[in-house]
Design a protein around this ligand. Structure first.
Ligand code: IMP
Length: 427
């Protein structure tokens, strides 16, 4: 059985949770490989509706091992809450494991996330405020605390003491706020460590064994390619790599092990937070997409910015990720629209370009060049066969397929697992 990476292809919120939840039925293992509780993966199934922030979306199958990979940053209090909520709703978490190399979000990370945003003033990035950027910054600055550190209380105290000395200097001298208490944080995080100890372990051997047993392994992405710190709209990005490339590093798997890379695209575009988005609609069509798509952040509740499908960005995403197939989600949200637009190029400084500029100033100036297609204007959420879709919907999907340049495997026409059209097998 192969390894499939499920990757957000736009600015996040593409519907990866639903896709992973569906594919996980046959999976032995699901590994979430990046991000933290900035993500919100919505899953609708027989247990109800769930907004998972940290726990992999395979958790609803008792036979599926769910791993929180080394590439994640984990807020233990949020995780414990999520575990408790699942357990209260009869979803077991016995199959959940946390890499001992994953980093821990500390109280100073969330505090600094807010203070740094305030410091940026009008140039704030619009982060989720979950401490993600400061935690990843500490990881590369070699000042992080990993989940495994929580299990050795003495060593943890020493490490926390020296890190907190430095953080408190920043808090008091730069931001002029009160210092944080070592005793309080130490006590609280020792408790978290005790509670999470049964879940924390070395992961690479576990993965190797699953591959030796030829189990299907899913690598679950968080956020989307256009939020990647290297290839996204930097600095309006997140701080870990949501790309297929990031899935190897964040799960602890060699690139040679990955067999399929499934790009998840929404049938239109959305974005939360700051940064350029060439196809953003400030009109009633944008409002219609927001309302019929319930486009409000799962994590922060912020209204998402909505716009037409951007095929220039999609091609770029496909190129850097090497998608072997695609899933298109929320096609049904377009049901009511009489005409649909797809951005097939940009006008920049009087020139037509077909690439995604690296400079946000340039991207901000890009004017979308649209192609128009007729809408279908009938409900499609009940349809399960591609051939049953209205011809206009088939035309729209076929055009996206052509523009993205990879086969369309899945089409989602509603939030529930079964509201899916299997157009072409992934494997
Ligand atoms: P951070 O990841 O909280 O630092 O936020 C950085 C940027 O990424 C902000 O624009 C967020 O809105 C965006 N972002 C982070 N996580 C997600 C996500 O799961 N979906 C959509 N946008 C996200």
């Amino acid at each position: 059985m192969p390894v499939i990476a499920v990757i957000g292809a736009q600015w996040g919120d593409e519907g990866k949770g639903k896709v992973v939840d569906m594919l996980a039925e046959k999976a032995g293992v699901v590994v979430r490989f990046a991000g933290g509780d900035n993500a919100g993966h919505t899953v609708v199934n027989q247990y109800g509706t769930f907004g998972l922030h940290l726990i992999p979306s395979g958790i609803f199958y008792s036979h599926t091992v769910c791993i929180m990979g080394n590439g994640m940053v984990i807020n233990p209090s949020v995780l414990i809450d999520e575990i408790d909520q699942l357990n209260r709703r009869d979803v077991a978490t016995k199959q959940l494991f946390i890499s001992d190399r994953a980093h821990v979000i500390m109280p100073y990370h969330t505090l600094l996330d807010g203070l740094e945003e305030k410091w940026r003033g009008g140039k704030a990035l619009g982060t989720t405020g979950r401490g993600i950027g400061p935690a990843y910054a500490d990881k590369v600055a070699r000042m992080g605390i990993r989940t495994g550190d929580l299990l050795d209380k003495e060593a943890f105290l020493e490490r926390l003491r020296s890190i907190l000395d430095y953080k408190n200097a920043i808090l008091t001298k730069v931001y002029e706020v009160s210092p944080l208490s070592l005793d309080t944080i130490y006590g609280q995080y020792c408790q978290y460590g005790e509670r999470l100890a049964p879940y924390i372990r070395e992961i690479t051997i576990m993965l190797e064994e699953a591959l030796a047993r030829e189990e299907l392994v899913l690598l679950e992405g968080a956020q989307g390619a256009l939020l990647d710190p290297d290839f996204g709209t930097y600095p309006y990005t997140t701080s870990s790599s949501p790309l297929a490339e990031g899935s190897c590093l964040g799960a602890g798997l060699s690139p040679t092990r990955i067999d399929r890379i499934l790009g998840v695209f929404k049938a239109y575009c959305t974005r939360v937070g700051g940064g350029p988005m060439p196809t953003e609609l400030g009109d009633e069509t944008g409002d219609l997409l927001r309302e019929s798509g319930h486009e409000y952040g799962t994590t922060t509740g912020r209204p998402r910015r909505c716009g037409w499908f951007d095929a220039v960005a999609a091609r770029f995403s496909s190129r850097i990720n090497g998608f072997t197939g695609a899933a298109i989600t929320r096609l049904d949200v377009l049901d009511a629209l009489p005409r649909l637009k797809i951005c097939v190029g940009y006008k920049l400084n009087g020139q037509t370009i077909d690439y995604f500029p690296s400079s946000i100033a340039a991207l901000d100036r890009c004017q979308p060049i649209y192609e128009e297609l007729p809408g279908w204007q009938v409900p499609i959420s009940h349809i399960r066969d591609y051939e049953q879709l209205p011809v206009e919907a088939q035309q729209y999907v076929a055009r996206l397929e052509e523009l993205i340049s990879c086969p369309m495997n899945l089409i989602s026409v509603g939030a529930a697992r079964e509201q899916t059209i299997h157009k072409m097998p992934i494997l």
